[in-house]
Design a protein around this ligand. Structure first.
Ligand code: PDD
Length: 279
């Protein structure tokens, strides 16, 4: 049976969900998005995702006054309690009468939501390879914009070299992955770069820091030099779709002992419990 998606107030079969070629999302990538996991029909950290979506909308000056409840109502018919899913939600500045960089005077935002099955990220148990690359993105990486060309090109370069992620370096400091946040274990402390306009404030990142605090695992939010990353005993990349993924090879060099480390094993167990409990 064909999948049902939500588009501008309607629930439609995917093949019938159509958007005008004049939509500014299509012409300019003028929009923002969210990716929200749901475990067995329960949305995980929904309020934080919607708060981040509202921040993204505000940052690109796109007005859409949907409450948390309204978003929950939109997602409800797409939730399936028999499996794990993730929801892709996109809001664009809508269809303008002609192509013009400046905002249209009157445009109704286009709102699209699609659910997909969320499968266990197969390589989590053995870990993945990653490459470091120059962070070629723009100055508003805290906005979850659909304009993702730099991220796409970076990830593709990594994939073509047998890697699962590109780890981005800006002015000698680590920022994040092409589609993930980054953690490293440095001298026994779990370190993640500070939250600023150079990274996306990841929800998975937030959960990990809460779990570290609640379980007496030493952690710090601070700048991290590339040289520190290279000397780290563990590196993880984190996101809503892949959860916590240990990086065991960085630029062809083993990370620590070249296998998922003890901090990962502990945090991954805590994370799995937390997501199943829906906390
Ligand atoms: N991306 N940083 C970037 C650049 C990302 O694209 C993502 C997630 C994250 C992690 O954020 P969170 O933990 O809230 O998922 C960090 C999603 C999954 C995507 O683009 O598909």
């Amino acid at each position: 049976m064909e999948q049902t998606v939500y588009l501008n107030g309607d629930y439609l079969p995917l093949s019938e969900a159509k958007v005008s070629v004049l939509d500014r999302g299509f012409l300019f990538g003028d929009g923002v998005y969210e990716v929200i996991p749901a475990y067995q029909g329960r949305l995980f950290r929904m309020a934080q995702h919607i708060e981040r979506l509202n921040n993204s909308l505000g940052n690109i000056r796109l007005q859409l006054e949907y409450s948390l409840q309204q978003w929950e109502d939109i997602l409800q018919p797409l939730l399936d309690s028999s499996k794990d899913q993730y929801f892709y939600m996109q809001v664009t500045r809508g269809v303008a009468p002609k192509r013009d960089h400046a905002f249209p005077v009157e445009a109704v935002p286009t709102v699209f939501v699609m659910g997909s099955d969320l499968h266990h990220f197969a390589a989590r148990n053995e870990g993945v390879k990653a490459l470091t690359m120059d962070d070629s993105r723009w100055e508003m990486c805290h906005v979850k914009a659909t304009t993702l060309l730099a991220n796409i090109l970076l990830r593709q370069q990594a994939v073509e070299q047998g890697c699962a992620e590109a780890i981005l370096i800006k002015n000698g400091k680590v920022t994040e992955g092409a589609a993930s946040n980054l953690f490293a274990v440095v001298d026994g402390v779990l370190v993640t770069p500070v939250k600023n306009e150079e990274i996306l404030p990841g929800i998975t990142r937030e959960v990990i820091m809460e779990l570290a605090a609640a379980n007496q695992m030493p952690y710090a939010e601070r700048d991290m030099a590339l040289s520190e990353l290279q000397a780290a005993s563990e590196i993880w990349v984190t996101s809503s779709t892949r959860e916590i993924v240990p990086v065991v090879t960085l630029d062809d060099q083993p990370v620590g002992e070249g296998k998922p480390g003890p901090m990962f094993q502990k945090m991954n167990t805590l994370f799995q419990q937390c997501k199943r409990a829906g906390e």
